[in-house]
Ligand binder design. Structure first.
Ligand SMILES: Nc1ncnc2c1ncn2[C@@H]1O[C@H](COP(=O)(O)OP(=O)(O)OP(=O)(O)O)[C@@H](O)[C@H]1O
Length: 593
């Protein structure tokens, strides 16, 4: 994406504020004209003073002239203050409106991404955050540069150049000749720096991603005393960033020097040429000041413009990344037209192959049926692909091959949001949002009353414990224990009350007493619903109506608990190992004491 394409991409965001843009442009034009008053006044002053001196007139004759000049310059300054205020204010208004629209668009877009997008390299939390923050900042800089800085400067330079041409075409040409050299140098500078800028952007994204990871991993880092190792990793990034920054500064200083030299060369030419024209009797003495000031009015904005051009290149790097994120063609979650009304909940998977974006093939030729209104268990060792099946059933990922049907209709054809309204998902580790316990439970049903929230908490055996906390339901939910947080997730499910339920080790982090209580609640909830359960707990597996055994991404056995147990295969081995790990014999002996 080049700078021009970025500006065009910004147009829809600026369009709603076209009257503000028009007002800014008008003020800019008036400002550019009033900025040229000084050279005219100076020329008039020098010529008038020279004439008065030649005529032998003293200070008294010059007084009206001084008064007139003071009045003109003062009035001009007052007008300028008003113009500048209006222009900056309108420009800033555009900037603030556009910034908020861009940020909101980014948030909307991020929420619509498919899950795999976040896992892809370059889109992880810290990286996306840098891209978003820096992207919006950069685009705002672009709008500010355009409306508050560049346009007035450009208008100033063009009007001053026009006046120079009107005064003398030779002078106009000298001023004009400086410009391509200036632009050429700037282009060369930007070209030499573009790769470094991209590298710096990536390094900054990596650094932020790394920092966020450090915070997330604090406990592990400390427990393994790996502070030095982590510091080294960050230091390596820092070194690369330092090198790139120094290289950039050095190049910038070099080019700044060259550009200054070209500008001074222009001044020398103007002075010599005007002096020549004055001596040749083609111009008055006042023309020397007049031309130097006009050239200043051409070169100063151009110099500023180049400083900004430099900034714009920086802006370009981040804006480009921002729009790449916003426009990523296949990033949005797919959805279909079918709005489910009464889902029965029969899932059929036929010859499903699925590979994660990272390249791990998690499912190979999987075929299974999840019967409506029944509880189906997915059994298997760690990494067998059980959670992946649930991910596909929730449409969090799409299989690459095979058919996945719900009530006879391909899952892809369902409207994704409407489908998920009918699905409840409880994981082994559930996300708890920053906020109170009540807010976190209410996430299951936003319009639930306080009583309904509390009833759901009671069903999840959480209510009594919450009441014992000093702040009750107002307690910060992230401060609760792992088991309590798990029960918040279960309470959310009770509140949502969906016809299809997926439970991925729902009681894994609960104590034995709570597990028993929750199991009773879940058993009540299961009735008449389609449930898929993944659990390493024997009690929950044996309760299922039907079970599938997965091994290395393939279904290797299926049947009822009894059938599978008698089959004496993978299920039997897992079952026996689980029983042994529970030390069932000793437990039985203890219980018969
Ligand atoms: N988000 C992901 N990105 C890449 N690979 C993944 C992802 N999630 C799981 N995998 C891989 O897919 C395979 C199946 O994982 P899955 O989580 O489905 O297993 P599981 O049977 O649920 O295991 P567990 O009982 O340990 O939860 C594993 O090899 C795992 O490394």
């Amino acid at each position: 994406m080049n700078l021009w394409q970025i500006i065009r991409r910004l147009v829809p965001y600026v369009r709603p504020y076209r009257s503000l843009v028009a007002a800014t442009l008008l003020l800019t034009l008036i400002g550019a004209i009033t900025a040229q008053v000084n050279p005219f006044v100076l020329r008039y002053t020098v010529d008038s003073v020279q004439r008065l001196l030649a005529e032998g007139k003293g200070l008294r004759a010059g007084m009206p002239l001084l008064l007139l000049i003071s009045l003109i310059l003062l009035t001009k300054e007052l007008i300028n203050i008003a113009l500048e205020f209006g222009q900056k204010f309108f420009g800033e208004e555009i900037r603030i409106y556009v910034s908020s629209a861009l940020s909101q668009d980014a948030v909307r877009r991020i929420l619509s991404y498919r899950l795999g997008f976040y896992a892809e390299l370059g889109n992880q939390t810290g990286r996306l955050q840098t891209r978003l923050d820096k992207g919006v900042d950069s685009l705002m800089k672009l709008v500010q540069d355009m409306f508050i800085d560049i346009l007035p400067l450009l208008a100033n330079a063009v009007v001053a150049l026009g006046i120079m041409f009107a005064a003398s075409w030779e002078l106009g040409l000298v001023a004009l000749a400086v410009l391509p050299v200036y632009f050429g140098l700037s282009y060369w500078q930007a070209y030499r720096l573009s790769a470094v800028r991209r590298q710096m952007r990536k390094l900054r994204e990596d650094k932020n991603h790394g920092l966020l990871n450090l915070i997330d991993s604090a406990v592990v880092i400390k427990s393994f005393v790996r502070e030095d190792y982590e510091e080294q990793k960050q230091n390596f990034l820092q070194q690369q960033l330092r090198r790139a920054q120094l290289h950039m500064r050095k190049t910038n200083f070099l080019f700044d020097g060259l550009k200054s030299f070209v500008e001074q060369l222009g001044v020398v030419f103007i002075v010599v040429l005007t002096a020549y024209l004055v001596l040749a009797g083609r111009m008055s003495l006042g023309a020397i000041m007049f031309h130097i000031m006009l050239f200043h009015n051409v070169s100063a904005p151009i110099r500023q413009l180049h400083r900004m051009y430099d900034e714009l290149n920086e802006v370009h790097t981040y804006s480009e990344a921002f729009f790449e994120m916003l426009d990523a063609p296949d990033a949005v979650e797919p959805s279909g037209p079918v709005l489910p009304t009464h889902l029965r909940g029969t899932f059929e998977l036929r010859h499903i192959d699925f590979t994660y974006p990272s390249g791990t093939q998690a499912l190979h030729d999987v075929g299974l049926t999840i019967a409506a209104g029944k509880t189906t268990a997915l059994v298997g060792l760690s990494g067998a692909g059980k959670s992946t099946v649930i991910n596909l059933l929730c449409k969090l990922y799409q299989p690459q091959h095979g058919e996945l049907l719900l009530d006879g209709i391909p899952l892809a054809e369902y409207n994704t949001h409407a489908l998920r309204q009918n699905i409840g998902l409880v994981l082994q580790k559930n996300h708890i949002f920053k906020g109170t316990v009540e807010e976190n439970i209410r996430y299951g049903l936003m319009e639930a009353s306080r009583e309904e929230v509390q009833q759901a908490a009671a069903k999840a055996f959480l209510h009594e414990q919450i009441l014992q906390l000093p702040e009750g339901y107002e307690t910060d939910a992230q401060q609760l224990s792992g088991g309590q947080q798990q029960r918040i997730a279960i309470a959310r499910l009770f509140l949502k009350n969906p016809p299809i339920i997926f439970l991925d080790e729902p009681t894994a982090s609960l104590d034995a007493v709570t597990t028993e209580q929750i199991k009773a609640s879940i058993d009540a909830l299961k009735r008449g619903r389609t449930v898929v359960i993944i659990s390493h707990s024997l009690s929950q597996i044996v309760d299922a109506d039907f079970a599938y055994v997965l091994q290395q991404g393939q279904v290797v056995e299926s049947g009822t608990h009894r059938q599978l147990y008698e089959h004496d295969g993978a299920y039997r081995r897992i079952f026996d190992a689980s029983a042994r790990s529970l030390n069932i014999e000793k437990i039985a002996q203890t219980m018969t004491l």
